[in-house]
Design a protein around this ligand. Structure first.
Ligand SMILES: *Cc1c(COP(=O)(O)O)cnc(C)c1O
Length: 394
């Protein structure tokens, strides 16, 4: 089975990790600061704070933004659950906004409609790796005094109007989970240009304590103070060594991702059965995912059937994502009152095809051929006798 994503670990990565394991610092040592500095440089951000996961990064961003009970945060409905869960961790209310049908990033007009007197922040997601409409969102934020958190779990290395992702929003969060473009096993980062937010992020990362053990050791002091209720969201030194080694190869991996995406897009450009996402000219995707929307009116079966046929043919296709408010936790919380039509309609059409930098050209071609075969066999008028419209589980 060809997976939809896969990490790349080389000898250089392994050596970098082993070197740290033989050193004095396993956690919160020199590799953490070096990773933070290099990451800030490469994203053009003033500050970068390394943490234990992308989810921790989002939680810290909510804490630093001061979101709490009674506050509303607007979140796109089509994303991974963590983009919304961070709001709940701090007691805030999630307000779901719909997405644009062409890019599947948050719909600015719907966001504007959903701003209320209680809105405190907006989480935008760079869906599949393509930055959202950041300038429009930022101008809404200025108008209503809101904090923008960009969930860039998909978009490390992406650009928006000539600016690197990480340097644009009030805070930008990244994930280094193995399915993402670069990995530290588990891990994440928050970037910001605001020194006040930076110091809050560092405080909440380390129990709400004002110094870390390395600083105290250097100062020859035992004294510390806990001034906020923080968490242990620290990342280890050996993970940061891995992150540094991965970062060096990121540009070459991004190039390969773009190359594969371009092949898919040109192969599928004539197909009546599917449509790749629209890529906007003023931004450059980091191609975390290659997502297509099936043209269901040309097919005799639904997405579930296509999905199973592709899996049977050895393609590890996936679906990103189930609308967040359909998950039972949110269904109960929102009293089933939420309706984002574009998100729901898109969900029924979505498929993610395999995309990772070590994919061989033959594998890319195999994906193209298999998708074309399965879709033409499932085309209206060429029914192959299998059940039409198998029941889609909501
Ligand atoms: C992966 C992901 C996260 C969470 O990152 P973890 O490192 O797995 O905690 C958050 N948001 C989005 C959109 C993601 O894809």
């Amino acid at each position: 089975m060809l997976p939809y994503g896969r990490q790349t670990i080389g000898d250089g990565d392994i050596e970098a990790v082993v070197k740290v394991l033989r050193s004095d610092w396993l956690t919160t040592g020199p590799m953490v600061s070096e990773f933070e500095q290099k990451f800030a440089q490469s994203t053009g951000a003033g500050q970068a704070v390394a943490v234990s996961s992308g989810t921790a990064a989002l939680h810290l961003a909510m804490l630093a933004a001061g979101v709490g009970a009674g506050d509303e945060v607007i979140v796109p409905a089509l994303t991974f659950v963590a983009s919304a869960n961070c709001v709940r961790y701090v007691g805030g209310d999630v307000v779901f906004a719909d997405v644009r049908s062409d890019t599947l990033t948050i719909d600015v007009e719907d966001v504007a409609r959903k701003i209320s007197g209680r809105t405190r922040a907006i989480v935008v997601v760079d869906y599949a790796g393509q930055p959202a409409d950041l300038d429009e969102i930022l101008s809404l934020a200025r108008q209503y005094d809101l904090i923008i958190v960009e969930d860039a779990a998909h978009s490390v290395g992406a650009e928006y109007r000539g600016r690197p992702v990480g340097s644009i929003a009030d805070m930008t969060t990244f994930s280094f989970h193995p399915v993402k473009q670069m990995t530290t096993g588990e891990g994440g980062m928050v970037t910001t240009n605001d020194l006040r937010l930076d110091s809050k992020l560092r405080l909440f990362r380390n129990h709400g304590i004002t110094t870390d053990h390395r600083q105290r050791e250097e100062q020859g002091s035992f004294f510390y103070e806990m001034i906020e209720l923080g968490f242990n969201y620290r990342i280890t030194d050996f993970q940061c060594a891995l992150g540094l080694a991965q970062m060096e190869r990121l540009p070459e991996w991004l190039t390969r991702r773009r190359e594969i995406a371009a092949r898919y897009t040109s192969a599928f450009s004539e197909s009546p059965h599917l449509k790749p996402l629209t890529m906007l000219h003023d931004r450059e995707s980091a191609w975390h995912l290659y997502v297509v929307q099936l043209q269901l009116d040309t097919l005799s079966v639904d997405r579930s059937a296509i999905f199973s046929r592709l899996r049977e043919a050895g393609l590890g296709v996936n679906v990103h994502y189930i609308p967040v408010y359909w998950h039972p936790y949110y269904e109960k919380l929102c009293n089933q009152q939420v309706y984002c039509p574009v998100t729901e309609d898109s969900y029924h059409k979505l498929l993610t095809l395999p995309l990772f930098p070590t994919m061989k050209d033959e594998e890319v071609q195999r994906v193209i051929d298999t998708v074309e075969d399965v879709l033409s066999q499932s085309s209206i008028g060429t029914g192959d006798g299998r059940s039409i419209n198998s029941i889609e589980v909501r």
